[in-house]
Design a protein around this ligand. Sequence first.
Ligand SMILES: *[C@@H]1O[C@H](CO)[C@@H](O)[C@H](O)[C@H]1NC(C)=O
Ligand SMILES: *[C@@H]1O[C@H](CO)[C@@H](O)[C@H](O)[C@H]1NC(C)=O
Ligand SMILES: *[C@@H]1O[C@H](CO)[C@@H](O)[C@H](O)[C@H]1NC(C)=O
Ligand SMILES: *[C@@H]1O[C@H](CO)[C@@H](O)[C@H](O)[C@H]1NC(C)=O
Ligand SMILES: *[C@@H]1O[C@H](CO)[C@@H](O)[C@H](O)[C@H]1NC(C)=O
Ligand SMILES: *[C@@H]1O[C@H](CO)[C@@H](O)[C@H](O)[C@H]1NC(C)=O
Ligand SMILES: *[C@@H]1O[C@H](CO)[C@@H](O)[C@H](O)[C@H]1NC(C)=O
Ligand SMILES: *[C@@H]1O[C@H](CO)[C@@H](O)[C@H](O)[C@H]1NC(C)=O
Ligand SMILES: *[C@@H]1O[C@H](CO)[C@@H](O)[C@H](O)[C@H]1NC(C)=O
Ligand SMILES: *[C@@H]1O[C@H](CO)[C@@H](O)[C@H](O)[C@H]1NC(C)=O
Length: 551
Amino acid sequence: MFKHVAVSQLVALLVASSVCAQNTSIPIVVPDDAKPLPQNLLGFSIEQDRWPDWAGTHARNNFTHDALANYAHLTGKPPHIRVGANTEDHTIWSPTVTIESADFPPPNTITPYPEATRVVVGDEYYALSRFLPAGKYPVGTHMTWGINLGLDNATNAMNMANSILRAFSSAAVQAAGVVLDLLEIGNEPDLYKNNGLRPSNWTVQQYVADWINISTPVAQAIESQPLEAGPVAIQAASFAGQGFTPRQIFSLGILNSVPGKLVTTISQHRYSAAFCSGGDFPLTSFMSKANVRGNLTVFRDDIEATLMQGLPYILGETGSIACHGAPGVSNTAGAALWVIDYTLQAATQDISEVLFHEGVGFKYNFIQPVTLNRSTIDGSPLTPPEQPHIQPSYYAGLFINTFIGSSGNTQISELTVWDDNVSGYAAYEHGKLVRAAFVNLDAWLVSSVGLRPSVHVNPILYWSQDGSTTNTTGGSVNANAAEAAWKHEKVNAKRIIINHADDVQNLTWAGQSWEKTGDVRPTGRLVVEKVDLAKGFDLRSTEAILLEFTP
Ligand SMILES: *[C@@H]1O[C@H](CO)[C@@H](O)[C@H](O)[C@H]1NC(C)=O
Ligand SMILES: *[C@@H]1O[C@H](CO)[C@@H](O)[C@H](O)[C@H]1NC(C)=O
Ligand SMILES: *[C@@H]1O[C@H](CO)[C@@H](O)[C@H](O)[C@H]1NC(C)=O
Ligand SMILES: *[C@@H]1O[C@H](CO)[C@@H](O)[C@H](O)[C@H]1NC(C)=O
Ligand SMILES: *[C@@H]1O[C@H](CO)[C@@H](O)[C@H](O)[C@H]1NC(C)=O
Ligand SMILES: *[C@@H]1O[C@H](CO)[C@@H](O)[C@H](O)[C@H]1NC(C)=O
Ligand SMILES: *[C@@H]1O[C@H](CO)[C@@H](O)[C@H](O)[C@H]1NC(C)=O
Ligand SMILES: *[C@@H]1O[C@H](CO)[C@@H](O)[C@H](O)[C@H]1NC(C)=O
Ligand SMILES: *[C@@H]1O[C@H](CO)[C@@H](O)[C@H](O)[C@H]1NC(C)=O
Ligand SMILES: *[C@@H]1O[C@H](CO)[C@@H](O)[C@H](O)[C@H]1NC(C)=O
């Protein structure tokens, strides 16, 4: 009897240590398959109808400005901002409107903040771009503006392009240092045949001909109004799904057309699910390495075809769940960990920008830029109203941009972690390891009972896979000595601490809350731990850690 107990305890101990201890190899020298980690990897797409709320009208919206400026401080570049999406195809330019006039349908419980059905804008609307972060950074905010293809009216498209170009050549926008990079003609045109903007038998061949028709006057406007800030180009594709693909439009010759010759970026959209008519989505299906990878690898062939054309491939609009997100998933702390894994995973798959979609009152927002009078969850009245605030995913941006850093020469490589719930990435600057990130996606929920699980990660630093003794600048080194020097290092570590995956507040990053002030400043004491690489560290379920190497 005694013997039996002892044996089972021993087995339990062995099982516990082998399941919980993760040896993770981290190359000190950048591996050959590392990918670029651009300063602008994390950006935002903003729903066009409520753009003046985001920017501010008579003065800048300080909440938007400050929230974005925090991100800019970390990488040296403000997040890239695209304004467009569904309402891009419901917008017309008018010479008699100053800023904007829009028709909003009534709210309901599934969609508490519905999108405008018709938006009329004037020149001052685009000139509000001057309120985005600029000036203090080496570069100001770079932007992409959407143009209406849905209406199929070349005159309106030309009017919109001219108005945008006039705004960006105005003294005020030029002085602000906000730069127009791209115009996008049409949002998710592969859905036009489902949403009534085109007949149900509309084909990709007709799309390409139509796009060339409407984009030609846009290209002419671009060429006749060169901006001092630099050349403006065109972003193509912006498909919602794979109804149409970049590979199809390349083979139909889109890039050889007059507007096609100005295309410098291919954009695709992705949501992992859709809440358009409601539904129940388990948060745990998002906190899943397999599902994050499954949702991104669908683009592999299009990414390859795009890079072959010499063009970058971006997710120009993305988020957890389409139609503004789902309650209990998109607005939670667990979604913040999903954002980290999804964004960094995208970078390892040659996706150079990931623009998360935002609207006023949308559930998946990182930032709620204005006072809200009804609940984003069910549309019920909020008394008192809710002041501008950040949502949990904002912390993901702080983590990601700290991981990227400001060198402008950073690369990323995914680390092999033998745990279905833990993902790991290493960042390299000028070829040398500088940071590592680990995310434990195992969901610790309000309903979870017992002891909160954790994994123990032993980072095993090594010089090179091929036994090379060449260092990053080509000099020769003693690899054993170099490894030994790193192994005994005590490195700085910062964590995102979350009480429960389904919480919608009370996260901390490096010990600090970013939720408690009206201007998105951190409060509380900065907590930077020392991790002894020889001993490794524990990472609880629903937690992320960033290691900063210094040698
Ligand atoms: C982890 O690595 C250490 C040596 O660095 C080794 O002793 C141990 O067996 C490894 N553990 C596993 C689970 O591979
Ligand atoms: C916004 O911030 C600027 C600079 O800090 C300040 O001068 C201005 O008063 C603020 N505006 C509002 C409405 O708080
Ligand atoms: C196209 O747009 C222009 C400018 O808004 C407008 O004058 C014209 O009537 C529109 N054409 C059609 C066919 O709707
Ligand atoms: C598409 O449908 C329209 C009717 O909605 C019809 O007139 C047209 O011939 C169809 N085109 C093709 C290519 O089938
Ligand atoms: C392109 O424009 C021409 C001239 O306005 C028109 O006849 C043609 O139908 C258009 N093609 C498409 C595909 O929209
Ligand atoms: C994408 O993620 C969702 C939500 O986690 C999941 O249900 C779906 O199966 C994933 N899709 C793919 C293609 O992996
Ligand atoms: C909420 O109400 C305030 C005060 O009436 C108003 O200024 C604000 O624009 C409203 N917010 C939204 C999102 O409609
Ligand atoms: C991963 O997390 C799921 C629940 O989120 C859990 O069922 C599973 O046991 C975890 N896997 C490991 C290896 O810990
Ligand atoms: C690479 O090695 C050379 C020669 O040993 C040395 O001078 C140089 O500092 C090393 N560079 C790095 C980045 O380690
Ligand atoms: C967040 O913290 C506040 C005060 O610190 C507390 O009142 C609130 O219940 C917490 N909310 C959650 C979801 O933990």
